[in-house]
Design a binder for this molecule. Sequence first.
Ligand code: NI
Length: 388
Amino acid sequence: MDNIKRLVAENQEYITKLRRHFRMYPEIGGEEYETQQKIATELKALGLEPQMVAGTGVVAEIKGKVPGKTIALRCDIDALPIDDETDHIYRSQNQGRCHACGHDAHMAMALGAAKVLSSLELTGNVRLLFQPSEERFPGGAEAMAKAGVMNGVFAVIGAHVWQPFTSGTIGISFGRTTASPDEFTLTIQGKGGHGSMPHQAIDPILVGAQIVVALKAIVGTSINPLEQAVVSLGAFRAGEVFNIIPDTAVIKGTVRTFEADVRMNVFDKIEQIASGICQAYGASFELVKLLGYPPVINDPGVARLAYEAAGEVLGEQGVFEMDPVMVGEDFSYFAEKAPGAFIFIGVGNSSKGLVYPHHHPRFDIDEAALAPGVEVLVRTISKLLRKK
Ligand code: NI
């Protein structure tokens, strides 16, 4: 057994205990005060000097014995505003708060990795980035990056536990990894009237219905088939009663893309469609866009080292090249500052009843995935420190 494997094994209980602690005391984005304190306490116990950053974030540096590069490890720390419906003794004690995305596991793994890395003779430094508010737009990563936490960083890695992948496997992509999750609200202004006299009204339901059909055709008609884009609608609201034509209709949706020009193309089309169809019926509209996180594009070189590390820990069959996922991740703000890779650690296990998806009140992880996850992170970091 080599040094890293031995150190991870020795700390397995520490890692599991931390994970259960964080699951018990979840806090949502921007309110991670106790979480921040707990992280700082654990880092101080390792002899590090944690600093508070971007409100409820924490940054700390493990300084190597020999000077060298600085590698950053990013971990998000926030929970979701839902009830924990699992039956564990370590289920959430904070009502209406739950680590239903697995960020409790991220903190446990990052602190576990910090403990192992602190015991190694490193050439170079490891900067630990504990980032608040990943789930809550505009997120904590941008503020941390603005505060300078990426200054002098050679490469950055991050990980998400991933329920769709079986425990004991890790997925890594070599380019497009997560999408930009944009939102829009389209308000159609018609002219209300009596249902018996449609000729005196401008029906926003009719206008909206035609806009819905046209929006759903954008990807099929305006986007290069070799590109990736999603336009999904989550709300269409208009009217109250059977015989009144309402004044307005509201459509809400999300746009997911990987490339800036595709993103702009989709929004241009939404505008054109709304404008053209409204004009045809004498209606008007207002389009409000909310641009989300930039996409995460993995650096192939950094991803390759993570892939090698995962293969060493889990065997060749335990690591695979994954397709991008159309979710959003603000890890992108760090990966914009230095080459980065974001990897997906499988935590699903149907034989243990772990079948609930992320953000479900019964979401839970296979804790057996934590120690191998730590080992992969540590091995990836030591490969990056040695990289020429
Ligand atoms: Ni998450």
